[in-house]
Design a binder for this molecule. Structure first.
Ligand code: CAA
Length: 690
């Protein structure tokens, strides 16, 4: 065996050159890999003993893409394009042997090989769209030629992967190897040589390119809602259109041009940043990787309401038995009924089978007694936000839960330390804040109390992965990270409507910024009567008055908006009148407020709050705040998150704007956080703290 670089080596076995890539953890196409492939192919071509080449990877996967860490620096020779051209034009057959995931540049490398074999578990995809990019090494031109434009559109605009069997049926994989992949690939190579099979270049195939002219526009319409605001899906589509309409080399030129544009733009910068932010969030500096974990085999959930039901579905979805406890039979039946209905709806859409519905429902047991949670390894309390009630539940859990069981609260804002004080085992108590709808939203905000054990933290971080959530670890403060940042935005939104902007105007700005809904749509969805009661209402706020009019949000068909039967929000003349009268009572004169002011007044206080959270050590790093807001509240990932957004504007600019509004409103809460001021003075940004 010859070492080509420190990431690749070459061995020649009876006429077959085996080029092995070894660049853990995911065999990304770093400089050493590209150089290794180049040298290996050149040496094999120059060696008359070599009749064919096999490209295979050591470790857990085939090449999973370009090395994203290299994107920010100057390109290093050799570039990927010339290496791939060398492979595709090689006069001897090259066979890619694929296991794990062939993604992005990895799949593009496989596509210039003359043949592809894989093991049964291999997966294939072009996920560049998730980095705000398109496959820039010929993938946009080659994949449609193999799987057809319709499937390429679906894969490239979503990043979805296909498995080995599907890839084989599509002709992306020539043979699936049941046994040892290396041996199977070598024997495939020998057959190619023995049978003198002609070398097939994907670029020369065009049989699948004939499509209906309507394909592209129909497809655009079908993804419009999901991809609103993103550039990359549209750019991927344009490349596939070029593959269909132009000769290969001209299609490659379109790909190169659009790739350059995306790569130099802010969206891709934000999405690349977010790729690493998401992975960083899983790392807790004072909880080492080898911290022992508590096995979680059975989970208990207290409360069968919207949150409790959604939380339980997460467990059932991954095969974990869960017992839900309610106080009354009808509430329990209602909760279990909603869970079944949710699963039935998913099955009706074809996303799961009827068998899955039964298996998952079968994993969920209802009970009216907390005593039935005695054998649970993790118990999650999901009752409404009332400290006395929560403390009562935790003191009962303390008496019945087995030693070492994790006692978690789904509180969204309350003091986890106070909840823990109701038990004799605060080290076992932790906050697990799920976001509504809990079976859909990816974020799990994990709240560590002063006494929470490291094993409990480690277990919950791993458990989050198991139930397919992204976990962010935070400390205790009112609202933790997510809701604490939401509060100042809501305060500003409420002030803006008393100064002249109507609710739909505020919401329009937030939605155009990329949020899934505006501040008032969110309030209507949550219900305006949370924390409101008819007995005590004094009509002191717009919200009070709306509730007094029984406009309590979507559930009553009216709130800040009027809702039609399909729950579409419409600006309400009644609310507009109410706001005008209320403002007049308060002696406020309404004025025209620009969209820029609305945006800045809603977003900049969030940034400032994020800075205070960092200063207090409530979040470990700025990027954790961004992960919280992207996965918990739908902040547009192409803007990275509030802290990345601030960095992209420049902290000096953010501070100047905060001070401008401080002067304008006389409100001290606009005072920029000392941390942000210090960073700006030092010429640094939030990212420097990550
Ligand atoms: N470049 C650099 N580092 C990468 C990487 C890449 N393409 N892919 C993964 N990594 C790193 C991760 O940051 C992580 O590092 P740390 O352990 O230091 O946090 C490590 O590899 C393991 O990654 P995961 O934690 O994500 O491991 P996983 O097993 O859960 O998932 C994976 C593996 C499916 C390959 C996943 O990492 C992934 O989806 N990677 C990105 C794939 C991708 O987007 N490829 C396209 C790249 S762009 C491109 O190829 C452009 C082009 O056309 C040339």
């Amino acid at each position: 065996m010859t070492a080509l670089t420190d990431m690749a080596d070459l061995s020649i076995e009876d006429g077959i050159a085996v080029l092995t890539i070894n660049n853990p953890p995911v065999n990304a196409l770093s400089q050493g890999v590209r150089q290794g492939i180049k040298d290996g192919v050149e040496q094999s071509l120059a060696n008359d003993d070599v009749k064919a080449m096999v490209l295979i990877c050591a470790g857990r996967t085939f090449i999973a893409g370009a090395d994203i860490t290299e994107f920010a620096s100057a390109p290093k020779e050799p570039g990927l394009h010339p290496v791939l051209e060398l492979m595709e034009n090689a006069s001897k057959p090259i066979i890619a042997a694929i296991h794990g995931t062939a993604l992005g540049g990895g799949l593009e490398t496989a596509l210039v090989c003359h043949f592809r074999v894989s093991d049964t578990g291999a997966r294939f995809g072009l996920p560049e769209v998730n980095l705000g990019l398109l496959p820039g090494a010929g993938g946009t031109q080659r994949l449609p030629r193999v799987v057809g434009p319709a499937k390429a559109l679906a894969m490239m605009t979503s990043g979805a992967q296909i498995g080995a069997a599907e890839a084989h049926a599509d002709g992306l994989v020539d043979e699936i190897v049941e046994g040892d992949l290396r041996e199977g690939a070598i024997s495939f190579a020998r057959r190619v040589v023995a049978d003198n099979v002609p070398l097939s270049r994907v670029r020369d195939r065009d049989a699948k390119l004939a499509v209906d002219a309507s394909l592209f526009d129909d497809f655009r319409k079908s993804i419009a809602r999901k991809t609103r605001g993103f550039l990359a899906p549209e750019y991927n589509i344009r490349c596939i259109e070029a593959a269909v309409n132009l000769p290969f080399d001209e299609g490659m030129a379109v790909e190169a041009e659009l790739f350059r544009e995306l790569m130099s733009g802010p969206q891709s910068r934000a999405q690349q940043y977010f790729f690493f932010a998401e992975r960083q969030a899983g790392k807790v500096p004072d909880v080492p990787r080898d911290t022992p974990e508590i096995p979680i085999k059975k989970v208990g959930v207290i409360g069968a309401g919207t949150m409790g039901g959604g939380i339980s579905m997460n467990m059932a979805n991954v095969g974990i038995p869960v017992t839900i406890v309610e106080t009354k039979q009808d509430a329990l039946d209602r909760g279990l009924g909603i869970i079944r209905k949710n699963y039935e709806n998913t099955a009706a859409k074809g996303r799961i089978s009827q068998d899955d519905v039964e298996t998952r429902c079968g994993l969920i047991t209802g009970s009216l007694s907390v005593d039935d949670l005695a054998d649970c390894d993790l118990i999650i309390e999901a009752v409404f936000e009332n400290m006395d009630l929560k403390k009562d539940i935790f003191s009962r859990l303390d008496k019945i839960a087995k030693p070492g069981a994790i006692l978690a609260s789904n509180t969204s804002a309350l003091d986890v330390n106070e909840i823990a004080s109701a038990t004799s085992r605060p080290e076992s108590v932790i906050g697990l804040h799920f976001f509504s709808p809990a079976n859909v939203m990816k974020l799990l905000e994990i709240v560590r109390g002063d006494a929470t054990g490291k094993d409990v933290i480690k277990t919950c971080m791993s458990f989050a992965k198991r139930i397919k959530k992204v976990a962010v670890l935070v400390g205790v403060c009112p609202g933790f990270v997510g809701n604490r940042i939401l509060f100042p935005r809501q305060t500003q939104a409420n002030q803006l409507i008393l100064e002249g902007a109507m609710p739909h105007e505020v919401d329009k700005v937030l939605v155009e910024f990329g949020m899934p809904m505006g501040a008032f749509q969110m309030s209507d969805l949550a219900g305006l009567d949370i924390g409101w009661s008819a007995e005590t209402s004094k009509g002191e706020t717009i919200r009070d008055r709306l509730c007094e009019m029984d406009r309590r949000g979507q559930k009553t068909g009216a709130g800040f908006y009027d809702y039609d039967e399909k729950r579409n929000p419409n600006p309400s003349p009644v609310v507009e009148k109410l706001i005008r009268e209320f403002a007049a009572e308060q002696g406020k004169t309404l004025r025209d407020i620009s969209e820029e002011e609305i945006l800045q007044r809603c977003i900049y206080p969030m940034i400032n709050e994020g800075a205070k959270i960092l200063e207090e050590g409530i979040a470990i790093r700025a990027s954790d705040i961004d992960v919280t807001w992207v996965y918990g509240y739908g902040w547009p990932v192409y803007r990275g998150g509030p802290m990345h957004y601030a960095d992209s504007i420049g902290l000096d600019e953010v501070i100047t704007t905060l001070r401008k509004y401080q002067e304008m409103t006389g409100d001290a809460s606009w005072e920029p956080s000392p941390l942000m001021v210090r960073l700006a003075q030092e010429g640094k940004n939030f990212s420097s703290l990550n």
